[in-house]
Every structure is written in structure tokens, then in C-alpha cells.
Write a protein that binds this ligand. Sequence first.
Ligand SMILES: Nc1nc2c(c(=O)[nH]1)N[C@H]1C(S)=C(S)[C@@H](COP(=O)(O)OP(=O)(O)OC[C@H]3O[C@@H](n4cnc5c(=O)[nH]c(N)nc54)[C@H](O)[C@@H]3O)O[C@H]1N2
Ligand SMILES: Nc1nc2c(c(=O)[nH]1)N[C@H]1C(S)=C(S)[C@@H](COP(=O)(O)OP(=O)(O)OC[C@H]3O[C@@H](n4cnc5c(=O)[nH]c(N)nc54)[C@H](O)[C@@H]3O)O[C@H]1N2
Ligand SMILES: [Mo]
Length: 710
Amino acid sequence: MATTTELRKSICGICEITQCGLDVHVENEIIVKVEGSKENPFNKGVLCSKGAATCEYVYHPDRIQTPLQRVGTRGSGEFVPISWEEAYRLIAERLNTIKQHDGPEAVAFFSGYAKHFRPYLKRLVHAFGSPNYLATTSNCFEATNMAQKLVFGQPTVPDIKNARCLLIWSRNPFHSNIHLARNILQAKENGLKIITVDPRITPTVERSDLHLRLRPGTDGALALAMAHTIISEKLYDEEFVAQYTHGFAEFCQYVQEFTPERGEEISGVAADKIREAARLYAGSRPASILPSACSVTHHTNGIQNQRAIFALAGLTGNFDVVGGNIANPPGFIGVFGGFATRSGEYSQPRRWEEMAPRIGEERFPVWSQLVDEGQAMHLPAQLRSGKPYPIKALVGFGLNNRMWPDSDNLLHSIDDLDFFVNVDIFMTDSCRHADIVLPACTSLERSELRCYSQRFVILTQPAIQPLYQSRSDANIIFALAAHLGIDDPLLAAGYEASMDWILAPSGMTVAELKQHPAGMAVSNPILYVPRKYQHKGFNTPSGKLEFASLVLESTGKKRGWEALPVYQPPSDSAQTTTALIKEYPFVLNTGARLPMFIHTRTFRLPSMTKFRPHPAADLNPKDAAALGVQQGDEIKISTPGGAIAVRANLTDMVLSGVVHMYHGYPQANVNQLVDRDYLDPISGFPGCKALLCRVEKITEKKDGIEGGRL
Ligand SMILES: Nc1nc2c(c(=O)[nH]1)N[C@H]1C(S)=C(S)[C@@H](COP(=O)(O)OP(=O)(O)OC[C@H]3O[C@@H](n4cnc5c(=O)[nH]c(N)nc54)[C@H](O)[C@@H]3O)O[C@H]1N2
Ligand SMILES: Nc1nc2c(c(=O)[nH]1)N[C@H]1C(S)=C(S)[C@@H](COP(=O)(O)OP(=O)(O)OC[C@H]3O[C@@H](n4cnc5c(=O)[nH]c(N)nc54)[C@H](O)[C@@H]3O)O[C@H]1N2
Ligand SMILES: [Mo]
């Protein structure tokens, strides 16, 4: 019998945020090949290495096949398969009992990096009555957004296409988002000047006009030194500053001490380069800043540093202008799609005041003021202390402890819970500690609504039916709502009715989207209106762009937080901890993206791991020589929190004195070395990009040492 191959449309969910359009070739309901979808305006037919490994990902033997109930001790991995009905029944019974005895807030929910189901999950959590919706927002992009909310009153996106200068502050899209990299290259061909601020020499740096190679965590000092040049050479936008900003005089006063020479002393970037960058950024208007998701904010001084960076856009009036940083374009699930939705309203059916305080609310009040979620990094502390109230149950959608600081501690804290449910595609260590494990399907087996900044939207349909007994997260959320007996009309109406409700202001409907399986242009795009602040002001307490933050002044004063973006070195650094530095003389920087790995997700794919089969850390050859370490030698990296053994990868890409290690290796988890309380006090973000560590050559090979935790 001749087999026919059908072409079906989907999107790639492996790296989540690019959502590349996929052409899925299906033979007898089996995916035989995937290619980039040419109709998709973002990836335009192109796929990265990870997307090309889709078949390996979808058909991986580690996939969870059925709902499971734990029968052995936590972590033992002993489960018995149960039916979906039984699983839902058990979960609903336990969660409702806890709700009755301890209040709904005693149940916390967490979303991992997967995002397609987040609006529905957040509604479920609040409709259940719990304030405790947590997500990777707590250590991914949100601190950068917080800094923007403190300065501008809202998040922005850089208008790269129309900018004359792009200040890339620590992004490396050649590894983290290849389509963004292509857009930058295209703009460069049209004359865009690029300044990149990064401690490493990356492919982005290699294509930049200027590289500011700073020491990790000194971003604030560098930005303030740039501000010094911009102010002292009168390169700032006097009219904008006078009319639309708050705290300029105090800012100027503070910036006086940050001469480029002082900036050089702290950051290691030559004073003349700082001046050159300031002149280029301020002198080529319009200019935009492309921030990183978290390279600046994964520091104990992250929010203040990130604010100092955004203050540069305030000085130069590059806020909400064509080619600058555009204010708050409308979006859906983290992407600015150019259409209005009711997603925020949908996700927040109950006001915060009607619920108990969120996890982390007391410790991170500025977070709670600016972000509509709990601060997840506080979860382990509340699990341990039971204060201000005990958490009895946790429901994770892709909770993977390996991504958290002091990862084992989170698992140990979870072990003390009455009840833990985890929904994942693959059997992970975290799942092994759960009472009930539910199998999620991949993006190719589900329906999801996503949008692209090209004013394009897609509602996918399953390219194949969910494998084994797996189900889509959205399906699981709506079924849970029904089993929990939640009285909520939209959750009761279901997934498609919910999407229709969310989409109503856009004029688009599920029925219309289904007619365009490869996606469609947004029907009534919202066109960009520059300088909205001229009529609406800024969404800050002063109504102006704030160099001195009134939020920090009122909320932070008694905690010692400064209203100005005051620079302080990372809490553990040569400047602050003279005792520690003797024992731990290197700076450990974790997580700089590698093209073939994405958090914990692709370590199980041989076609990806073959590029770096052993856990390895990047070390400058000069440092290696001093340690007697050669390429491929085993080294031990230790912090007061623990030690891992990895191979040394010698490269001039990294600064001398800094060791870089990717996070998430199953054999050598660098997050185990990060102290659980080493957090930015304002955002709660972990300081996982500037820890002090020791590096030693391992001379004697011991059992179990290879790539493992020592
Ligand atoms: N040291 C260090 N740590 C970091 C970072 C760093 O730079 N350095 N980066 C941080 C950042 S920015 C982020 S975003 C986080 C990411 O942290 P995580 O969200 O933990 O990352 P992942 O490993 O991508 O995904 C978590 C789990 O979700 C599962 N999963 C994948 N797709 C789905 C799905 O569709 N449904 C469900 N239910 N599960 C799914 C995966 O199998 C995995 O077990 O890590 C953070 N951790
Ligand atoms: N292949 C791949 N792609 C990814 C991911 C992945 O894991 N793998 N993760 C996705 C996620 S969740 C996110 S949040 C984004 C992140 O996307 P990016 O921000 O582009 O990623 P990173 O490589 O973490 O950080 C960019 C650069 O910041 C630099 N950096 C490190 N410390 C500092 C510092 O203290 N100051 C400054 N100025 N720079 C510093 C690093 O050297 C690195 O080159 O990537 C997304 N894309
Ligand atoms: Mo992230």
C-alpha cells in the first residue's frame, strides 16, 4: 500500500518563545520530518538546531505515558499507572480538603518555562481562591520589566528596524533567538550602529561597532558613567528631561562621581570606550536599548543596575518614539502582537485584596506592587518556615527544580508537602518526588494560541493526536476546574470559549483562526502612536519618567533601598567580601545560552548533546595556565554551597577571572552552587551571574567524580 505524506501546520515549542512555524510531514499519523514554515513571518522557513531535533523530542523514550500515582517513597520513582478520571478525582479531593482546612492559599501552583497555558492556569488558581500563581517569570524577564515600570511606568520594546543605533545590553540572540539576530543583521545592512555590552566575546559582539567588555554585575556603574558623559557633554534631550522627567537634578548630582575613569575602575571598560559609546548612543537618534531577559537582573544589584541602563533612554528622549524604546504595545503571552485582548482581565478574576498575601509579598513588596504574580524564589523559604502561613500542596506545570537556586533544597522542601502534583512531558527528578504525575503532550500534539510581533496570530491544531495518554496542559487545566467544582462561567465554558472571550476586543475569533492553520495577519491591528506620554503622562507616581523612583522611596526607604539607581557591587564580590575572596577568587557566571541547549529540555537529545557531551565550563586560557589546566581537563568548581566536577573548555571568549557554566546539566548542576538566599532584595531574582567560586584541577580520578556533584 502506498503511503501518503500529509503536510500539517504547527509551531515549535522546544524553545518556547520564538514559536517558530513548523511544516509537519505526517505519514500514517507518525511525524517523519519537520521544516520551518515559510508563511510564518518570524522564522520565515528557518529552524534552529533544536527545532530540527523535533522528532527526537516528540518520540523520546523518557516521555511520561499515563497519569501516575506514587507508591514508593518520594524520589524513588515507583509509580503505578492510573486513569485520568482517577487522577483528577484524587487531585480534586486532596486540593479541596486542603482548601477547606487550611484555606485556598495553602495550595500553590507553578508554571515552568512553557507559557501557552498560563492565562487559563492563572484564572484557575484565582478562581480556586489562591493568590499563589507562580511562574518562571520570577527569574526570567520580569525584573527587567520591573526596572522599566519603575523608570518608564511600563515595559517597552526596542524598535530595531527604525533605530540608528542599538545598544544591546547583554543579549546574544545568535544563541538565544536566531530570528532576532537576523533582524538585527538586516538593520545593520541598512546602517544601524551596534554597541554591545557583554563580559564575553559573542557572535553578537563580533558584529558590533563597539564592545563594552565589562566585569559581570558592574552594569550600573558602566551605565552611570555613560550618563556622566551624556550629561557633562550636554548630549541629553533638554526639553524632554525638563518637561517629562522626575528627579533629574538629584540624578545629575549622583552621576557626578561616576566619571568614565571611575566607570573604568569598577567595570574594567576603558574610559575612552565609555565616552565613545555614550556619544554614539546619545548622538545617533533615534536609538534603542535591547535589554537582556535576565543577564543584568541575575545579580543581587540587578534592579538598580537595570534602572541605570533605562535611565539612558530617559536622558536622550528615546522613549516611545519611532526607532526608540516603544511603550507597552499590546500583546498576548509575552509577545507584542499588535492587537488588544482581555487576557489580563481573564487571568485575574479575583482582586488581590480578596485573597491572602501572595508568596513573597512581605519580603518583596515592590515585586508585589508591580507584578501580578507571587515571587516564586520565596517558595522554598515559605515551604520551610510555614510563614506567614503554611503551604500544604503544590501543583506544577513543568516544575523542574534543576533551574532553581539551591535546587536540591527545593526538592527537600517539596518532600515535606502533603501533596505534590507535577505535569510534564518527560519523567524528571522533580516528577519523581510527586504524588501524582500527569503526562503533558508537546506543541505538535496540541492546540495553542500565539502571536508574533509582525502582527500575526496563529491558533494551532494538533498535527498528530497526543501520544500515549498524554494531554495538552490547557485540556488538563479545564478538566481540573470541572473536577474541583469551581464555579466560574469561563472555566466552565471551556478552552475555545475562553479564547473567544479573550480575543473579543481584537475582532478575531477561534472559528476564523481555525480557517488559517498556518496563521493569519491580525485583522484590526493597533497602529503605533508615538509619544503617548504627551497626552497620558507616565504610569508612575509622579506621572513622569522617574530617574528617582517614588515607588522605591515609599516602599523601600525603611529597607534601605535608594530612590536613585545607586550602584553597589554584587553582594559577594572582591569589593564586599574580602574574607571569601581569598578562598573563592573566581567569579562564577551561569546560564549564558548555548545554541543546542535550552534549560533542562535538550540534554536528553543525543543530536544536541553530541556538541558538548560532557558538562564543561568556559575558562580563560590565562587562568587555565595559572591553574595548570589544559583543554578537556577535569576541574572542580566550588562555592560555599557545594562543588561540581566538569571539563575545562579554554576560550578567549571569556574574561580572565570569570568562569562561565551553562545551567541544567543533569550530571553537573551548577544551580546547586547558588545559595537560595543570594537574591536581589528588590526583585527576588537569584544572583546566579556573579558568585564567588574556586577552580581547581582534579588530578586524582575518584569514582563518581566525572561530571557529578562532589
Ligand atoms: N543558573 C541559572 N539558572 C537559570 C537561568 C540562568 O541563566 N542561570 N535562567 C533562568 C530562566 S531565564 C528561565 S526562563 C528558567 C527556565 O526554567 P524551567 O522553566 O525550569 O526550564 P525548562 O527546563 O525549560 O522547563 C521546565 C520543565 O517543563 C517541562 N516542559 C516543557 N514543555 C512543557 C509543556 O508544554 N508543558 C508542561 N507541563 N511541561 C513542559 C520540561 O520538560 C521541564 O522539565 O531557568 C532559570 N534558571
Ligand atoms: N539556545 C537557547 N536559547 C534560549 C534559551 C536557552 O536556554 N537556550 N533560553 C531562553 C530564555 S528563557 C531566555 S530568558 C533568553 C535569554 O536570552 P539572552 O539574554 O540573549 O541570553 P544569555 O546568553 O543568557 O545572555 C546574554 C549575554 O549576557 C551576558 N552576560 C552575562 N552576565 C552578564 C552581566 O553581568 N552583564 C552583562 N552586561 N552581560 C552579561 C552573557 O555573556 C551573554 O552573552 O534566551 C532564550 N533562548
Ligand atoms: Mo528565561
